[in-house]
Each structure stands twice: as structure tokens, then as C-alpha cells.
Design a binder for this molecule. Structure first.
Ligand code: ADP
Ligand code: F6P
Length: 321
């Protein structure tokens, strides 16, 4: 008889490092003699009962790989009472006593809802956006930023050769963390993010001032959701006379091998999730605060507010010319 039976799934947008988290959950759980079911395609797999009994070897050779071997999905059916009841019944039939959900805050809301219906959960933050309230860091953020940075470096070469302005959109749904960090790392002249109100006139003035100081090429970084980058590029070109091009980096930011940081944090968080289950502490979300792995009650985690790093934004603004 296994000590316990748990399930693990990845949900929402995938993120580099999710595999490392799944690996850590499976390996730690098997060490405790648990039975572990890998659930395919997020909450879809719970509803459709697409799950596999995981062995140690099934998570071999995945720590360095992007994507998620369990696949992922968005599952509208899970937001309905009927869908959730179906998922609950399947968990009960299989004997899943706790579900480890690796995903973003949408996935945690789903986790909270199924926990309220009797299936305990542990959440592990996995999203490139770093927009989860209770944690300073989400799995995938570092890798996505490095991917964006590499591509922006390439764009900078051609932007510089042509004395142009590149207006570049990075991912982040409703959050500007990727834009802010890569903007600093790539020396962007201006960073447009949802957390800070922007005026095109101010960006124009900043570009004109930099022109007077001899600058001939410009990078403007824009977080997804702000607006149409082609329109922003056209506005800037008209107002400054600098030929402008728009680029959307898109889903390439979600792929690729995870960075060291993502592999290590994912491993720590996966381990911590199983430790919580072992200690009987469930319905919690794992997070990182001051480089330490911590955990919060799932309701508290979802009601917290993430502080935006205004100081970092001011630094970016101050040193970009
Ligand atoms: P992420 O986890 O990356 O934020 P989503 O917001 O798309 O991604 O959420 C992933 C899945 O979690 C959804 O497809 C849905 O199945 C579930 N989910 C999201 N929001 C809720 C909610 N309010 N209640 C129940 N389930 C939800
Ligand atoms: O949540 C991660 C994220 O990459 C967001 O930055 C983006 O808005 C969203 O996923 C796009 O998701 P998809 O195209 O997979 O629906």
C-alpha cells in the first residue's frame, strides 16, 4: 500500500522550468513512498481522467527541457460546477488525496475552488509573467527574460545600423515585470508598462533630448496589453522623424531550456510542496520571499497584492539616454 496518493498537473501558460518542478514533486513524493499521478493538460486531465502513474524514470532527462511533459491547457469547463464535480469524482475514484498545481494565479483560483469541494491542493507558481502576488519569483521568469534579452540584443544591432527606433512588445499579460527587467538589461530608452501611466508626448520629448545628446537609435520596450506597437511606432516616427519599426516577440519567450535559476527554484519549490503534504499542511501556495521558500494559505495568497518595484522603474528612467 502506498503511503499516500497525490496528483500533479501543469496549467495555464507553460513556462520553462515546469518540467523541473514536476520532476522534483515526483521524485520527492516517490521517496516518501507515495503514488503519484501525472495529470495531462491541466484541469482537462482531471475532468477526462487522463492521468498516468508516474515512475522515477518517467521524469529522467527532463530537467533541462522547456515546455511541460504533462502538457498544459486552459480549461473553461473547470470553471463550471459540473466540470469541477466531475474532476472531484475522478480524483476520489483514483484516490488522489492532494493535488499539486503548477501554474499561474488563474490555476490557483481553480485549485482554491476544488479545495473548497474537498480535494486538497498545493500551488507552485509557474508563469513567465512573475505576476503572482504571494511570491517574489515565479518559475519561468528568468528564462523568459533571457530569451527576450537575446532577441532584443539582435534587434538592437539592426536598429543601430539603420539609426532607427525599435518598438518591441514583450509578454506579461497585465504585468510589466518582463518589460521592466529586460528593458533595463537592454538599455531601452523608454519602457511602457501597465503599472505606470504613460504619455506618448513624454516619450517623444525623451527621444528628442537623447537626439540632442547625439543618440541615433532607440529601443522602446512595451508590455503586452498596452496597445498596438505598430501604432506606437508610427506615432513616434511622425513626432521624432526617426524611422521606426515594431516587433512582437510573442510565444518564443515561453519556450527554450530553463535557466539555472528556474531549474533550481523549481526543484526547491517541488520539494517544498511534497514536504508540506508530508507535514499535513495543505491548501497552500509555495512562494519565494527574500530567497527563501515560504508558503501561504491559498485564500490568503490569492488576496495578497504584489508590490511593483517603482525604484527599479525610476532607475531605468534615470539612466536611459
Ligand atoms: P494561469 O494559471 O497561467 O493564470 P489561466 O488564467 O488561463 O492561466 O487559468 C488556467 C486555468 O485555471 C483556466 O483555464 C481554468 O481552468 C482555471 N481557472 C482560471 N480561473 C479560474 C476561476 N476563477 N475559477 C476556477 N478555475 C479557474
Ligand atoms: O501567462 C503567460 C502568458 O504568456 C502571458 O504573458 C500571455 O498574455 C499569455 O500567457 C498568452 O497565452 P496564450 O497565447 O497561450 O493563450
Amino acid at each position: 500500500m502506498p503511503q499516500k496518493t497525490i496528483g500533479v498537473l501543469t496549467s495555464g501558460g507553460d513556462a520553462p522550468g515546469m518540467n523541473a518542478a514536476v520532476r522534483a514533486v515526483v521524485r520527492s513524493a516517490l521517496k516518501h513512498d507515495y503514488k503519484v499521478f501525472g495529470v495531462y493538460r491541466g484541469y482537462n486531465g482531471l475532468i477526462k481522467c487522463e492521468m498516468v502513474d508516474m515512475s522515477i524514470r518517467m521524469v529522467s532527462g527532463i530537467i533541462h527541457r522547456g515546455g511541460t511533459l504533462l502538457r498544459t491547457a486552459r480549461c473553461p469547463e473547470f470553471t463550471t460546477e459540473e466540470g469541477m464535480q466531475k474532476a472531484k469524482e475522478n480524483c476520489m475514484d483514483i484516490g488522489i488525496e492532494c493535488l499539486v498545481v503548477i501554474g499561474g494565479d488563474g490555476s490557483f483560483k481553480g485549485g482554491r475552488d476544488i479545495a473548497e469541494r474537498g480535494i486538497p491542493v498545493i500551488g507552485i507558481p509557474g508563469t513567465i509573467d512573475n505576476d503572482i502576488q504571494c511570491t517574489e519569483y515565479t518559475i519561468g521568469f528568468d528564462s523568459a527574460m533571457n530569451t527576450a534579452m537575446e532577441m532584443i540584443d539582435k534587434l538592437r544591432d539592426t536598429t543601430q545600423s539603420h539609426y532607427r527606433c525599435s518598438v518591441i512588445e514583450v509578454m506579461g499579460r497585465h504585468a510589466g515585470h518582463i518589460a521592466l527587467h529586460t528593458g533595463i538589461a537592454c538599455g531601452a530608452s523608454y519602457i511602457i508598462i501597465p503599472e505606470i501611466k504613460y504619455e506618448i508626448g513624454i516619450i517623444v520629448e525623451k527621444i528628442k533630448l537623447a537626439q540632442r545628446l547625439g543618440r541615433k537609435h532607440f529601443i522602446v520596450l512595451v508590455a503586452e496589453g498596452i496597445g498596438n506597437v505598430t501604432e506606437i511606432a508610427a506615432l513616434l516616427e511622425n513626432a521624432t522623424g526617426v524611422e521606426s519599426r515594431a516587433t512582437i516577440l510573442g510565444h518564443v519567450q515561453r519556450g527554450g531550456n530553463p535557466s539555472v535559476r528556474d531549474r533550481v527554484f523549481a526543484s526547491q519549490m517541488g520539494y517544498h510542496a511534497v514536504k508540506l503534504i508530508e507535514e499535513g499542511k495543505v491548501n497552500r501556495v509555495v512562494g519565494l520571499q527574500s530567497n527563501r521558500v515560504v508558503d501561504f494559505d491559498i485564500h490568503e495568497a490569492l488576496s495578497m497584492k504584489k508590490e511593483f518595484d517603482h525604484e527599479l522603474y525610476n532607475i531605468a528612467d534615470e539612466i536611459a539616454f
